[in-house]
Design a protein around this ligand. Structure first.
Ligand SMILES: [Zn+2]
Length: 226
């Protein structure tokens, strides 16, 4: 990597930002898991759950704490593996990766968010392209936190923009369902939220780049059309 990238857009400590001391080593993660488990046990106490004497729940506080640190909020504690970009070698066409699986968690209600992320960009002749699976890693890194879909879209857009230096444009679309909508409150299943952030050539309808991106999402797209 030629230069240090500044991929974090929000203040440290917020649910959609990294934790203080990021990246945490295994000792710090274990200490966090034990402390969080202790407090989650008290949370269950307050809910009138005799979890200590319930064979199904006696280890639940530890399970929940581990799930947050190692999976659901892993992007707040664990560094993303290095992202390598390569010279575009004259390729200045559109690059799209669609249907990248997204698992995240709503910052408001701590219910999961599930869906897909579609990423498109156009390098310049002397710009750079990014290894395909690295786009998935970017989605994992920012998705595995507390999040707001609008800000998550911006965070992924910012990361791809910085990694693909000198690009002509980047577009990110997220299609996701929120369990806080389907399981609580209004309790509507199947309502999907669609967010798009675009820059460069994708912001303008006249050049066809934006249309090419959305048209490509409709081709054999496994039911994830937008
Ligand atoms: Zn919510």
């Amino acid at each position: 990597m030629k230069k240090k990238l500044n991929l974090e857009c929000v203040k440290e400590g917020l649910a959609n930002g990294v934790a203080p001391g990021f990246p945490l080593d295994s000792t710090a993660k274990n200490a966090m898991i034990y402390e969080a488990a202790e407090h989650y046990g008290k949370f269950l106490d307050a809910l009138g759950c005799d979890w200590k004497n319930d064979p199904n729940s006696d280890n639940t506080p530890m399970r929940v704490a581990k799930a947050y640190v190692n999976d659901l909020w892993a992007g707040r504690y664990t560094e993303m593996s290095p992202i390598t970009s390569f010279p575009s070698d004259g390729y200045d066409g559109i690059v799209i990766e669609r249907n990248i699986p997204l698992t995240s968690m709503c910052s408001h209600h701590h219910q999961t968010i599930g869906g897909v992320v579609h990423i498109g960009y156009i390098s310049s002749e002397k710009g750079s392209v990014i290894g395909l699976s690295k786009l998935n890693r970017v989605v994992e890194h920012f998705g595995r936190r507390g999040s707001i879909q609008e800000q998550l879209t911006s965070a992924i857009h910012n990361a791809v923009t910085q990694i693909c230096e000198d690009n002509m444009g980047v577009i990110i679309t997220i299609v996701a369902t929120h369990n806080c909508v389907s399981c609580r409150g209004v309790k509507h299943k199947g309502a999907a939220m669609v967010t798009t952030k675009a820059s460069g050539v994708f912001r303008h309808n006249g050049n066809g780049a934006r249309q090419e991106f959305f048209d490509s999402l409709k081709i054999n797209n496994g039911g994830h059309q937008i």
